[in-house]
Design a protein around this ligand. Structure first.
Ligand SMILES: NC(=O)c1ccc[n+]([C@@H]2O[C@H](COP(=O)([O-])OP(=O)(O)OC[C@H]3O[C@@H](n4cnc5c(N)ncnc54)[C@H](O)[C@@H]3O)[C@@H](O)[C@H]2O)c1
Ligand SMILES: O=C(O)[C@H](O)COP(=O)(O)O
Length: 386
């Protein structure tokens, strides 16, 4: 029986992937083997020794202390692409809403309630909300992953000229991108040409303040900026100055902060990008499935800190070892298994940066001391025998 703790509301369709015969969901457990989380911040939360895996039902993992998890042999999963459609639709909605001044226009129309001259007021007042069509305008997309590529393709379909910047684009994302999206090799190549700019990169130290005073200065006057990725990607002080000077006309942001709220030209939504029933279900199902397959079978799919390793069971017992990615570990492991008179039926080893994962299916009698012997190898971080 595995104990799973959920730190945010996780869709019941996802939790149904953890049947009560094998899993108990106990949110008060001090010793869970698995955690299911959305945006709850785990940086200051103690990680118990019992914890084997954390599954983030969503894309961004900046709320999880990844290096600390890796050092403790805790596998961190996310759910790539599972909420991308929800975010992309919201961004397209924001592009239209921003361009046509819908938030201000709606608020203005609400204030007409009770007017005796409503129809006249409408016709007289509407000119203040005139805004440009998207067709023929230029959109810059920074980050062409699951979300950025969908936004770029949708903008092409709306008749926009689309510029894309992503020096690390994956092969899958590149294949899914419309051929009309123009490749920019630098932000300097893209920013001076954009009427609209949207950012879809993960938040990491290297992407902090991707939009800053310098990058904003390269933009066209009156640029409209959309940030449905992470608040930290945009330097708020620089953004507010750009709005004040007219360099930027609008800033749509899914991450409200006190400085942003109430400022003319700023439109904040309450982190709504993934908040659709479809995406909540997709993310929860994917996260629960990843967690279940790792806990029961040692298989790793969509981990952000360990290599993806999966293989069907080949009989006997399965030994799963997380270890440092350095020479001599495999021979030390196989030496111990040989001395223990165990036969290796199947074995796979993969590394990712400084860490590696070795999974072996063995036949023979496993002694109680085997976990301790394998854990005694200097480079070994965690051993599980399933
Ligand atoms: N508002 C929301 O509710 C919501 C929902 C989902 C995701 N997000 C955020 O959006 C981000 C992107 O999500 P995704 O599903 O598209 O992720 P993804 O991993 O599919 O795509 C990210 C892309 O950014 C690119 N990239 C990385 N560093 C870059 C850089 N310095 N310059 C340009 N490109 C760079 C990567 O190559 C990749 O193609 C997530 O990390 C998350 O922070 C927000
Ligand atoms: O990175 C993500 O997937 C989003 O920010 C969604 O976060 P949420 O699951 O808390 O809505």
């Amino acid at each position: 029986m595995y104990t799973i703790k959920t730190l945010n509301a996780i869709s019941p369709v996802g939790l149904a992937k953890l049947p009560a015969t094998q899993f108990e969901v106990d949110n008060d457990s001090p010793t869970p083997q698995g955690i299911l989380v959305r945006s709850a911040d785990l940086h200051e939360v103690p990680l118990p020794d019992s914890l084997l895996a954390i599954a983030r039902a969503g894309a961004g993992t900046n709320n999880i202390p990844i290096d600390k998890c890796t050092a403790a042999g805790i596998v961190v999963f996310n759910t790539p692409g599972a909420n991308a459609n929800a975010v992309a639709e919201l961004v397209v909605g924001a592009l239209v809403a921003g361009s046509r001044n819908l938030p201000d226009a709606i608020a203005w129309a609400q204030n007409l309630k009770g007017s005796q001259t409503l129809a006249k007021d409408v016709e007289k007042g509407k000119k203040q909300f005139v805004g440009p069509e998207l067709r023929g305008k230029t959109l810059g997309v920074i980050g062409l992953g699951a979300i950025g590529s969908r936004v770029a393709n949708a903008a092409v379909a709306l008749g926009m000229e689309v510029l894309g910047y992503d020096p690390y684009i994956s092969i899958d994302a590149a294949w899914s991108l419309s051929r009309s999206v123009q490749h920019c090799v630098s932000l300097g190549d893209m920013l001076p040409r954009c009427d609209y700019l949207t950012v879809h990169v993960p938040y990491m130290p290297s992407t902090k303040h991707t939009i800053n005073a310098q990058t904003l200065s390269m933009c066209k006057d009156g640029v409209r900026v959309f940030n449905f990725a992470r608040g930290e990607l945009v330097d708020t002080t620089a953004m507010l100055a750009a709005l004040e000077s007219g360099k930027a006309a609008q800033y749509f942001c899914d991450f409200p902060s006190d400085e942003l709220l109430g400022v003319k030209g700023v439109y904040c939504t309450p982190h709504l990008g993934a908040s659709t029933p479809e995406s909540e279900t997709n993310c929860a199902v994917m996260a629960a499935t990843e967690l279940s397959d790792y806990l029961k079978n040692g298989n790793i799919l969509h981990s952000v800190n360990l290599p993806d390793v999966q293989q069907p069971r080949a009989g006997g017992r399965r030994i799963c070892i997380i270890h440092k990615n350095e020479p001599g570990v495999i021979s030390a492991i196989t030496g111990i298994l040989t001395n223990a008179n165990l036969n290796i039926e199947n074995m796979v080893n993969k590394g990712k940066k400084d860490v590696a994962y070795t999974m072996l299916d063995v036949t023979g009698t496993i002694a109680d001391s085997l976990t301790e012997q394998l854990s005694g190898i200097d480079a070994v971080i965690r051993v599980r025998i399933l």
